[in-house]
Each structure stands twice: as structure tokens, then as C-alpha cells.
Design a protein around this ligand. Structure first.
Ligand SMILES: [Zn+2]
Length: 184
């Protein structure tokens, strides 16, 4: 198995994200709430999200989502459960409950954001779509490049970086050293 090559994985930036903050204040109303959520930098291919609160329960609410994918005239419609955890001053923090099912098992993971991956029909959490962050990929790429150097060369780079207060981040250096030692 081993680590996945960095180029294979989708990043959160490749996806449309639905942030739980769109629910802020909405559940205080005692009647059904509807609205349309458009992406900040929407282009024609991005679906607009019509949402509505359809159900109120003791420990959370459900968000009904309705949107069109691409040029399809059939809407994608389903319900995403939400849940709350207490935070400071008696306030509540809202979470989506991931609606995806993997290998027949519902994910049910709590998430602040749900993502619609390219080509997917349903929003899901970062784990379900195996998403990484672009900054993490850049970090991995940098580490991989350093580890491809001959040992002596790598030692020089690290020494030089340390004496010149170089540009490598501490996290990058720590990863390089750890993986270099592991390699033996
Ligand atoms: Zn999930």
C-alpha cells in the first residue's frame, strides 16, 4: 500500500464546498426555511444549491438539498442531517452529518464542510472523498524533491538552510529528516 502519490488525490479546492455556517441563525425560526446558496465565484457549470430545513428534532435538524448537476433537468434531492455540540457561553456549534454510504456502511462523520467532488452527485465529507489540501500537496512535493537528492547533497541543503535561516519550514525539515532516517 504505502503513501498515495500526491498527484493522485483531489484537493478540497477541486470541489464545491457547503459550509455549515450557511445555517447560522436559520434554525431559530419556527417555520420552514428555504433559500438558494450560490457559490462565491460561481460559473455556469456550478450548480446553485436550493436548500430548506425540513425537519426539527431534539438533537439536530435536517437540511433538504436540491440542485442540478451540469445540464441535467432532474434535480438531485436528499436530506443531510445536522447535529450540534455545546460551545462557549451556552451557544451551540452546528455540524453536518456526512450522508454518504461507503461499502454499505453510513459514514455519519461530523463535518463543518461537505464537498461535492467533480463528477459526484452527493455532498460528502473530506474523508469520504479522500480529499487533501493543496498546501499539503505542495509540502509533499517539496519533501519528495528533497528526498530525491543524494544523501550528501541533502545534508548540505539542510545545513545551509539552518545557517542561513533558509526558506524551508520546520514542518518540511522535520518530515524530510524523519523519512530520511526511516529509509536508513
Ligand atoms: Zn463521510
Amino acid at each position: 500500500m504505502g503513501r498515495k502519490p500526491w498527484t493522485d488525490r483531489l484537493t478540497v479546492e477541486d470541489c464545491l464546498a457547503l459550509d455549515v455556517s450557511i445555517l447560522k441563525g436559520r434554525f431559530k425560526l419556527d417555520r420552514p426555511v428555504r433559500g438558494t446558496y450560490r457559490w462565491p465565484r460561481a460559473n455556469d457549470a456550478d450548480p446553485a444549491i436550493d436548500y430548506r430545513v425540513v425537519h426539527v428534532s431534539a438533537n439536530g435538524r435536517a437540511l433538504g438539498l436540491r440542485y442540478f448537476i451540469g445540464t441535467s433537468r432532474t434535480p438531485v434531492e436528499y436530506t443531510v442531517q445536522t447535529t450540534t455540540t455545546p460551545c462557549n457561553f451556552g451557544r451551540l456549534r452546528y455540524w453536518f452529518v456526512c450522508p454518504l454510504v461507503r461499502n454499505g456502511i453510513p459514514c455519519l462523520k461530523r463535518a463543518k464542510k461537505l464537498y461535492l467532488a467533480p463528477g459526484a452527485r452527493y455532498f460528502g465529507c473530506r474523508t469520504c472523498y479522500d480529499l487533501t489540501y493543496r498546501s499539503a500537496q505542495q509540502h509533499d512535493k517539496h519533501v519528495d524533491a528533497l528526498l530525491r537528492l543524494p544523501a550528501e547533497e541533502l545534508r548540505k541543503v539542510l545545513l545551509q538552510d539552518a545557517t542561513n535561516l533558509g526558506t524551508l519550514t520546520d514542518r518540511c525539515k522535520a518530515t524530510v529528516v524523519r523519512r530520511f532516517l526511516k529509509r536508513g
